[in-house]
Design a protein around this ligand. Structure first.
Ligand code: GLC
Length: 728
């Protein structure tokens, strides 16, 4: 539809119809079972007659159900405006990919784009037009359950991944390509920094830090064309994001020029009252509308209060018109006026299921997302003609999809046992899999039979693969933990097994960085997160050497929760520990180290990569003349592999205290056995910009320290380069 036609449509809408477009309700309000509908309607106070004007639907999927709702909706809507289906397709719709924290650990933007493409294809075929993804909240606190949804602790990596997700979801032609869906970058802003890692808790930081560290990811997603943004539950500088005019109107829409749809999180408009910045629904609607929230998700302050606010002159009708026009434009950008069923054939709705292609993609991304944290004595990869015992509560578990796994079916997933049994046959490995201790509750308590069987199997095996971890319910929304260790029963199992066999390979399945101190004695540790539908197949590929692991942590693993938050890009201090580690009066603890047990960017390979001394094309650069850093990386092993070569920069003297190092580039590089590859980085003036006290982002002329290496800790000695003049 042409834009003028949209304006004409808007002009023909009554105020009630306009306000209806600003509301989003869950699918049960449209259920064809009256009892399923009247409950929610009564609870929220929505009248049946109002449903025909509600603009969008949350959380419904399935081609047949979406087609049914759309058909009846358009018949009842006076102007035949189509509704639109939105849902949380975070890391897969039916074919489930690794959780986003794991995809971040792939350091492969192509992996993110693939996951998004397959997700979009399946979601669109199931009737959805938008996904509430990518979640781009920067995270530093593993106590928070939603770190599993994030790509980690670094602004640069988050930004690259956010761009890739948006492009994978939306493609280049959202109107013409019905295999794509609109993206929604969330949660704007700073949701990943709740005080004490407690879900929905206050976020306390300066605007300068918010802009410097937390906003770049969202900004990159919007620059990549994300069609919508979701407000965060939390406060930003004392004002809830959903009612924060400065954040939404000044920064998001003013500075960044975002003119897409801004949707609140679930009930977040009404929660302005619980936050204590609105006395009632009327004030909540007033605040949110002035902040620029277009769609109110699952509360009806707009529906009940906007007509009165307009009549009183508290809200200008033009604000409502602007919001409605953005929603109509979004629907139009998706072609819904001409094709209201979009990716669905309403006469022959299909059921989306994983297929060979989607499974192959999921297996490939999963294999790139696992991180090898330890491999003492190169116990991995497992060798042919060995006896392997597969033990532990996760061994046969299908709880491998993780939180936010949409329509994923655990039974369709490949468990570790499934995958390893198939691989063992290929590799002449004699595999025995424990029978006991495989129920969901066995994650937190294990009976004597389990222990006895485990010890017996471990005693007679050459190598033990011990599958441990969190159930998926321990991470995700509303799942913060104060104790980030493995359940005690699992530690006891580890100790019992290791007492009879020192060759223990632990495979971890978890949704957050954990304190792994209690399994330090493991000969190998493979971090598998929740790898999704093809989890067991991908893990078996790695364990048996068919895949050389290449994952690198996108979030630090602390020594203990007492260190939290611990992250690689912390600011320096006036008494830096590194300068005088033996001194008492320096920044350190009495009872723990300062550093993560496994740092950002860390991960092992079956190959052995050796870094040469980096070379600079120049020791100076400016806005017109970037400089290049080249480093030779040699694979000094017999195993072809992939390394993730990382570039870090430090600004030793600036107008504000700066991080001890910041990621400014990375390359995933395939390096064949005994081959040497030259990896090149370009350092530009814009790479060294930062947010100054006046909140402007710019660079300063001066020296910078540049380092290259395989992770944020093991870096070559820094080289000094000089920015001779900043951008005009
Ligand atoms: C949830 C989440 C948000 C999600 C929304 C809709 O509470 O905070 O990420 O998109 O509700 O399900």
């Amino acid at each position: 539809m042409q834009h003028d036609a949209l304006i004409d449509l808007l002009d023909r809408m009554t105020l009630e119809e306009k306000v209806g477009q600003l509301v989003q309700l869950t699918g049960d309000f449209y259920s064809d079972r009256a009892d399923a509908r009247t409950g929610p309607m009564a609870q929220l106070g929505v009248k049946d007659s109002e449903l025909a004007n509600v603009g969008t639907v949350l959380g419904v999927s399935g081609a047949e159900e979406c087609a049914r709702i759309q058909r009846s909706y358009m018949a009842r809507n006076r102007l035949h405006i189509p509704t639109m289906f939105m849902a949380d397709i975070i890391h897969g719709y039916r074919t489930i990919f690794p959780i986003t924290l794991a995809i971040g650990a792939s350091w492969n933007t192509r992996a993110a784009e693939t996951a998004a493409e397959v997700s979009a294809r399946e979601a669109s075929a199931a009737g959805l037009s938008l996904t509430f993804s990518p979640m781009v909240d920067l995270v530093r606190d593993p106590r928070w359950g939603r770190v599993m949804e994030s790509t980690g602790e670094d602004p640069y990596l988050n930004a690259r991944m956010a761009e890739a997700f948006v492009h994978g979801y939306q493609g280049d032609d959202l109107l013409g390509d019905t295999s794509r869906v609109a993206a929604c970058v969330k949660h704007f802003a700073g949701y990943g920094a709740p005080v004490a890692g407690r879900e929905y808790n206050t976020v306390n930081m300066s605007e300068r830090q918010l802009r410097d560290m937390y906003l770049p990811g969202y900004r990159a997603a919007i620059a990549a064309g994300a069609k919508t943004v979701m407000t965060a539950f939390n406060t930003v500088d004392g004002i809830p994001a959903t009612g924060n005019r400065h954040l939404m109107r000044d920064i998001l829409r003013g500075e960044w020029g975002f003119d897409g749809v801004l949707i609140s999180d679930f009930n977040a408009v009404r929660e302005l009252e619980a936050h204590g910045v609105a006395a009632d629904d009327r004030q909540a609607a007033d605040l949110a509308m002035h902040a620029g929230v277009d769609i109110e998700m699952m509360s009806i302050c707009y529906m009940r209060e906007l007509p009165g606010l307009i009549r009183e002159g508290r809200v200008d009708a033009s604000l409502v018109d602007e919001a409605v026009l953005r929603i109509l434009t979004l629907k139009n950008d998706l072609g819904l006026f001409e094709h209201p069923f979009r990716g669905v054939d309403p006469e022959a709705p299909t059921v989306v299921r994983p297929d060979a292609t989607s499974r192959a993609a999921a297996r490939r991304v999963a294999a790139q997302s696992a991180v090898l944290l330890a491999n003492h004595g190169s116990v991995l990869p497992l060798r042919s003609f060995t006896t392997v015992a597969l033990l532990g509560p996760v061994a046969r578990s299908h709880d491998v999809l993780g939180s936010w796994s949409a329509q994923g079916v655990p039974a369709e997933a490949v468990s570790l046992a499934d995958g390893l049994q198939e691989a063992a046959r290929r590799h002449d490995i004699d595999l025995e899999v424990a029978r006991y201790g495989q129920k969901p509750e066995d994650y937190t308590k294990l009976d004597d039979a389990t222990f006895q069987e485990a010890v017996a199997l471990a005693r007679r095996a050459d190598v033990v693969v011990l599958a441990l971890g969190e159930p998926s319910a321990m991470s995700g929304e509303a799942s913060s933990r104060t104790d980030i260790r493995l359940p005690q029963a699992q530690v006891e199992l580890f100790d019992a097994v290791r007492a009879v066999n020192p060759h223990v390979v632990v495979v971890l399945s978890n949704g957050r960085p954990l304190d792994l101190g209690q399994i330090d004695g493991a000969q190998a540790i493979l971090e598998s997160w929740f790898l999704g539908t093809e989890s067991g197949a991908a893990l078996a590929d790695i364990l048996c050497g068919d895949t050389n692991p290449s994952g690198r942590l996108s979030m630090s693993f602390p020594e203990s929760v007492g260190q939290v938050p611990v992250y690689y890009n912390g600011d320096t201090t006036g008494r830096p520990y590194e300068v005088a580690p033996q001194e008492k009066y320096v920044s350190k603890y009495l009872d723990a180290g300062n550093y993560a047990r496994y740092p950002f960017g860390f991960g092992l390979s079956y190959s052995h990569f050796v870094y040469g001394e980096p070379e600079l094309t120049s020791t100076t650069f400016d806005a017109e003349h970037p400089l290049e850093i080249a480093v030779d990386v040699t694979n000094d092993s017999d195993a072809d592999g992939v390394d993730v070569v990382q570039l870090y920069v430090r600004d030793p003297v600036a107008a504000v205290v700066r991080p001890v190092r910041e990621l400014k580039g990375f390359h995933r590089v395939a390096i064949a056995a005994h081959e040497t590859v030259t990896v090149r980085f370009t350092l530009c003036e814009r790479d060294v910009r930062y947010v100054h006290p006046d909140l402007a982002e710019r660079s300063d002329p001066g020296d910078f320290l540049v380092s290259v290496g395989p992770n944020s800790r093991d870096l070559n000695s820094p080289m000094t380069v000089r920015l001779t003049e900043t951008a005009a």
